[in-house]
Design a protein. Structure first.
Length: 399
């Protein structure tokens, strides 16, 4: 877990920093908020305290600020200093080396990477003084998430609006890169549901959101892997920085995964693939009687097919990881599934619980491999992804 100091300065975008803090936490980071006095005019420190579960630092000389987390201690323990929103004033202070409050002192005292998300009025943003200060900071390696264009709170239209919180979190994640343990590796991740058409207007699908597979793809990319994501129809946005192929049906996913598997070091089948697809009719089915009976046929079992191909020598180097969504006898079924599909690891989850697993942000799984089982406690899907990959890495090294 990385520690991020989130600097919040006095701009109207300060309220969006709350979302940035939450996004950082969701990505598995610990956040300490450092507010300037002006920022507290826009958002109360209590909001950040409740979200970050850390005391919020505002004044340099307030009681306690120099005891438990004083700026030198914080400066050496953070992995990133992110300032969102960063006003023209704080940018000027950082550039000039002025240290007249906690945040500006922290900037001078830390060796951690620094990321700014500026937000200000368009004319201020375009002012030569601000642009020069930013250029000075860039030469010192300070990174920036550019402000967006649009309608600004001051009533103007132009550049200066704080970047979207999600984009700020992604930019922060890039600066918080973990060790590149998967550099040079090729990973295929499947994610989301498949939709199987009944007729030209209807389909059968499932509630998978794709979030678990997306978190896995993102974590592999962060560790330096070259990732291909094969995603079924989801409304959740796939992560940036990975090559994404959209598919709809099990048959399309089968083709997309199998045709790429030969070059892959790992295939992770996190998708909830339909086991049966309706025998499709070309005309829309009209209402007729009280019941409708659908004829369905088996879809290709992608993971089992990969297992067979590997056993036949077609995929000599590919590690195979599957999921087992179960509602009872979770581990026993996962063990059986691992043998039957000839996979190296099955990530078993209990989908009978409505608060974890399918279509929610949290999960709790058991990793079943040849050498035994390992429980991964309830956590965000990013936490679970990390645990899964940490278990895959030694298997890869052995292969
Ligand atoms: N899977 C697959 N192709 C299918 C069905 C499932 O590749 N047609 C993969 C899933 O991506 C997952 C694993 O197989 O990694 C197990 O999926 P699950 O639905 O739990 O198991 P099933 O094989 O469908 O077994 P059952 O429905 O009998 O429990």
């Amino acid at each position: 877990m990385s520690l991020v100091a989130l600097g919040v300065t006095g701009g109207i975008g300060a309220y969006k920093a709350v979302e940035v803090a939450r996004g950082l936490q969701k990505a598995g980071h610990d956040v300490v908020a450092v507010m300037t006095q002006a920022a507290t005019e826009f958002v109360g420190p209590l909001t950040f305290e409740a979200i970050t579960r850390h005391r919020v630092i505002v004044g340099q000389f307030e009681r306690g600020a120099n005891a438990d987390i004083e700026h030198i201690a914080l400066a050496s323990s953070i992995d990133l200093l992110l300032v969102a929103p960063a006003t023209a004033n704080i940018i000027g202070k950082f550039a000039a080396g002025i240290a007249d409050d906690f945040l500006s002192s922290l900037y001078l005292a830390t060796r951690a990477p620094v990321l700014l998300a500026p937000a200000m009025n368009t004319n201020m943003w375009e002012h030569e003084a601000v642009q020069r200060n930013l250029a000075v900071l860039a030469t010192r390696g300070v990174k920036m998430v550019e402000p967006g264009e649009g309608f600004l709170a001051c009533g103007w239209t132009g550049k200066g609006r704080l970047a979207e919180p999600d984009d700020i979190v992604v930019a922060a994640g890039r600066l918080l890169m973990p060790a590149q343990t998967l550099a040079g590796r090729r990973v295929i991740v499947s994610a989301g549901p498949t939709y199987e058409d009944i007729d030209p207007v209807r389909y059968v699908g499932n509630r998978s959101s794709g979030k678990m597979g997306f978190a896995l793809a993102e974590e592999c990319a962060r560790r330096g892997a070259c990732v291909t994501l094969v995603a079924g129809p989801t409304t959740v946005q796939p992560p940036g920085g990975v090559e994404t192929f959209r598919v709809r049906t099990a048959a399309e996913m089968h083709e997309a995964v199998v045709s790429r598997a030969r070059d892959a070091d790992v295939v992770i089948m996190a998708a909830a693939v339909a086991d049966y697809a309706p025998v499709r009719v070309s005309q829309k089915i009209a209402k007729d009687g009280d019941e409708l009976v659908l004829r369905m046929a088996r879809t290709p079992d992608i993971l089992a097919d990969l297992g067979r191909r590997r056993a036949a020598g077609e995929l000599p180097k590919t590690l195979l990881v599957g999921f087992a969504a179960e509602t009872s006898d979770v581990v026993a079924r996962a063990k059986e599934k691992r043998r039957r599909k000839q996979a190296d690891m099955i990530v078993a989850n209990d989908v009978s619980r409505t608060d974890r697993g399918f279509d929610v942000d949290q999960n709790e799984v058991t990793l079943v491999t040849e050498s035994g089982e390992e429980a991964v406690p309830l956590g965000s899907k990013a936490d679970i992804a990390r645990a899964i990959i940490e278990r895959i890495e030694p298997l890869l090294a052995r292969a």
